[in-house]
Design a protein around this ligand. Structure first.
Ligand SMILES: Nc1nc2c(ncn2[C@@H]2O[C@H](COP(=O)(O)OP(=O)(O)OP(=O)(O)O)[C@@H](O)[C@H]2O)c(=O)[nH]1
Ligand SMILES: [Mg+2]
Length: 194
């Protein structure tokens, strides 16, 4: 798959606006600020195709990137405490609209911060993926921020934490040094061709 061929397609703020699902889709989910846009940019070999911000809660839309016969879908981040009730409702409407409209979703890349235990919202999202029967992998982001000892300890802790998921793949990832990029690309490619 040519990961350099992707381009931004469109942003949607309500589920009614979502285009027909006429291509395989790979979606990216995770709490606000976990590094979704950074991971997308890394996988697509681009500096700032997906907007990266240090201000959490910036992406309140679903963003589509199209290339090589598939769509990559940047889902809005969750779990940011300072958003208003109406923004939370908008988030829920968008996510439910996306997941419950018979789309051709081949894979969800679920992001969690490798430095921390999964949040309550992370677990809610992961259990939602389990319930919908959606295939997914877990990318553990910001792995570069851990020293060798912490890295090993967190890898073990998160492996235990997610043991109940069976053989769901856990992939340490860093947008800074590129760890995990090739593995994620390979899984995206396999899922798209399935
Ligand atoms: N050190 C390090 N920093 C990262 C990594 N990934 C993301 N960041 C930083 O974390 C912050 C948030 O990254 P984004 O990619 O914008 O996160 P997001 O999940 O898209 O955030 P929202 O769109 O707001 O939900 C930025 O300051 C990034 O530079 C990583 O792998 N390593
Ligand atoms: Mg983002």
């Amino acid at each position: 798959m040519n990961f350099n061929s992707f381009d931004f397609e469109a942003s949607y703020g309500t589920s009614a606006q979502l285009p027909a699902s006429d291509l395989p889709e790979i979606a990216f989910a995770g709490r606000s600020n976990v590094g979704k846009s950074s991971l997308l940019n890394k996988v697509l070999n681009r500096k700032s195709l997906a907007r990266v911000s240090s201000v959490p809660g910036k992406t309140v839309t679903i963003n589509f990137f199209k290339g090589d016969g598939i769509r990559l879908v940047d889902l809005p981040g969750y779990g940011y405490a300072k958003v208003s009730r109406s923004e939370k409702d908008r988030w829920a409407e968008l996510m439910e609209g996306y997941f419950k409209s018979q789309r051709n979703i081949r894979l969800v890349v679920q992001l969690v911060d490798m430095r921390h235990k999964p949040t309550k919202d992370d677990l809610t999202m992961i259990n939602f993926l389990v319930e919908t029967g959606c295939p997914f992998i877990i990318a553990m982001t910001k792995s570069d921020k851990l020293n060798k000892g912490k890295y090993k300890a967190q890898l073990e802790a998160l492996s235990r934490e997610f043991e109940y998921l069976g053989d769901i793949k856990l992939i340490p990832f860093s947008a800074l040094n590129g760890e995990g990029t090739d593995e994620i690309r390979k899984i995206i490619e396999q899922s798209a061709n399935n």
